[in-house]
Design a protein around this ligand. Structure first.
Ligand code: GDG
Length: 467
């Protein structure tokens, strides 16, 4: 097997197995972001193929070498559902749900991170570049550096990094920081995340942290610079614009509105069914507006897509019950024979249908309690080539740093959220246009290819930036 000069390491490979034993490219921003680099280099991608207990040999797929890391059912339960999604995920999202601190989960996380690091160490060419993705693999940078000091190593963190007062709960807080500090560049979504990380490093290790980087002492007495900085992720804006311009998708958007009984206003939420997304807060605000008579189901319908997610984690199963109880109650109380209050869809849809929903929606509700970025907000904006529609956006989503012309909300403030929904519904077309133009400018000027280029340029510049 020839070694690769550029290697991506992510929890998942960029493909899904199809029923007849082949592989399909999985939809997703990361794949698009990395396409140009993958094709201009001898690229390889290390990741889990998506099913338990399958051994798959490395194979070539659309010009990229895919290197599967096999996970047993037990690995998935302890490393993925356990430590990644039941410890790190809630802790890093400000403890919205209680994190589980359990030694067997941590031990599985270390074991599985080592396997990913070993696979990357084998795949990478002498002096090559490795880009590690996300919170499931925080220990990989240091493990990889130990095995292959010749490599340039980048890490991007897709979710928030919490304030030290919360981070310090983690029994393995030193080991996780040590793992991340193995990278030359550690990328975050927001400036605040990079700041939280640097503060945790200062508190726990007393290393010097400056804008130029963190001085990490080396075993030989020298120091190495690790750069911790914000690189806000984005979307493949051109792909959304193209879909939004298709006649069949525009026709589908009209059909969606007709199917809802042609309400004057369609509100939309699109989220993985996750407690970080503030779906319950949104439903509560909408339900109260109906109860108070400020809105009526004759005029307004809320479409909520809640795509199935992490269903084997108990907190997610409870959340689903809670949301579905609220939807059932609200619809029971307010539906008429011809009109529904909430059209709830616990399903995943093709991207074409998502764009049709974006075009059908007068108001997009993004009410996350904490979110690394929130790509849905950017996808809605990119799709609105008509410069109409209103984005209601939580200040706790990373996207808020860039999309300040949205209607800002604190989703915990239900009265404020209700007022923002009413204001969005009543916003005159001229104001919608002014705001949407400015939002679109930002998303179009900084798409996902700019994101990966900025990160990889910083990574290339870090090579040899030792002190
Ligand atoms: C993590 C961070 C950060 C959702 N349902 C369907 C569907 N989606 C697509 C959306 C969007 C993506 O999935 C979700 O991305 P988000 O950014 O909104 O949220 P997370 O899944 O939590 O992602 C987040 C992101 O990583 C990237 O760094 O922004 O903060 O939590 O693209 O459109 N797509 C289709 N059908 C669905 O039913 N086709």
């Amino acid at each position: 097997m020839t070694a690769a000069s550029f290697v991506v390491v992510a929890n998942r490979l960029p493909v899904d197995g199809d029923p007849d034993g082949g592989w399909r490219r999985s939809p997703g921003g990361l794949v698009t972001a990395l396409e140009p680099v993958m094709h201009s280099t001898e690229g390889a991608w290390v990741g889990w193929p998506g099913k338990p207990d399958i051994e798959v040999d490395p194979f070539d797929f659309e010009g990229t070498r895919l290197i599967p890391v096999s996970l047993s059912a037990e690995d998935i339960e302890l490393y993925y559902e356990g430590f990644s999604n039941d410890t790190i995920w809630p802790l890093y999202h400000d403890v919205i749900a209680a994190p589980r601190y359990s030694r067997p989960l941590w031990e599985a996380y270390v074991r599985v991170n080592r396997r990913f690091a070993e696979a990357a160490a084998t795949a990478a060419d002498e002096g090559g570049t490795v880009w590690v993705q996300d919170y499931q693999l925080q220990l990989v940078p240091a493990m990889l550096r130990e095995a292959r000091p010749d490599l340039t190593i980048g890490y991007f963190h897709h979710i928030p990094f919490p304030a030290y007062g919360l981070y310090s709960q983690l029994p393995w807080r030193r080991q996780v920081l040590e793992g991340l500090l193995g990278a030359d560049v550690i990328g975050f979504q927001r400036v605040a995340d990079a700041g939280n990380f640097a503060r945790a490093v200062r508190r726990l290790f007393h290393y010097e942290t400056k804008a130029s980087g963190i001085r990490v002492p080396q075993p030989d007495g020298s120091t190495r610079l690790a750069l911790a900085r914000a690189f806000p992720i984005s979307i493949d804006a051109a792909a959304y614009i193209e879909l939004a311009g298709r006649d069949d998708i525009k026709a589908r958007a009209r059909e969606i509105r007709e199917g809802l009984g042609n309400p004057a206003q369609v509100l939309l939420g699109v989220d993985r069914l996750d407690y970080t997304k503030g779906i319950g807060h949104r439903l509560k605000a909408f339900g109260e507006l109906l109860a108070e008579g400020r809105l009526s189901v004759e005029d307004v319908t809320l479409v909520q897509v809640a795509s199935p997610s992490r269903e084997r984690v108990e907190t997610y199963a409870h959340l689903r019950d809670e949301i579905e109880l609220t939807v059932g109650r609200t619809n029971g109380d307010f539906d008429t024979v011809g009109h529904t209050a909430i059209r709830y869809l616990h399903q995943a849809f093709p991207r074409e249908e998502m764009v049709a929903l974006f075009l059908a929606a007068d108001v997009m509700l993004v009410t996350a309690l904490r979110d690394g970025m929130n790509l849905v907000a950017k996808e809605y904006v990119a799709s609105r080539t008509d410069n109409q529609g209103v984005l209601v956006l939580s200040e706790f989503a990373g996207a808020h740093d860039e999309l300040s012309r949205a209607l800002t909300v604190n989703p915990h403030d239900i009265e404020g959220l209700k007022d923002a929904i009413v204001r969005a519904i009543e916003m005159p077309p001229a104001e919608q246009r002014r705001r949407m133009r400015s939002l679109r400018r930002r998303v179009l000027d900084h798409d996902v290819k700019d994101w990966s280029r900025d990160f990889l340029d910083a990574l290339a510049a870090s090579r040899g930036a030792a002190s």
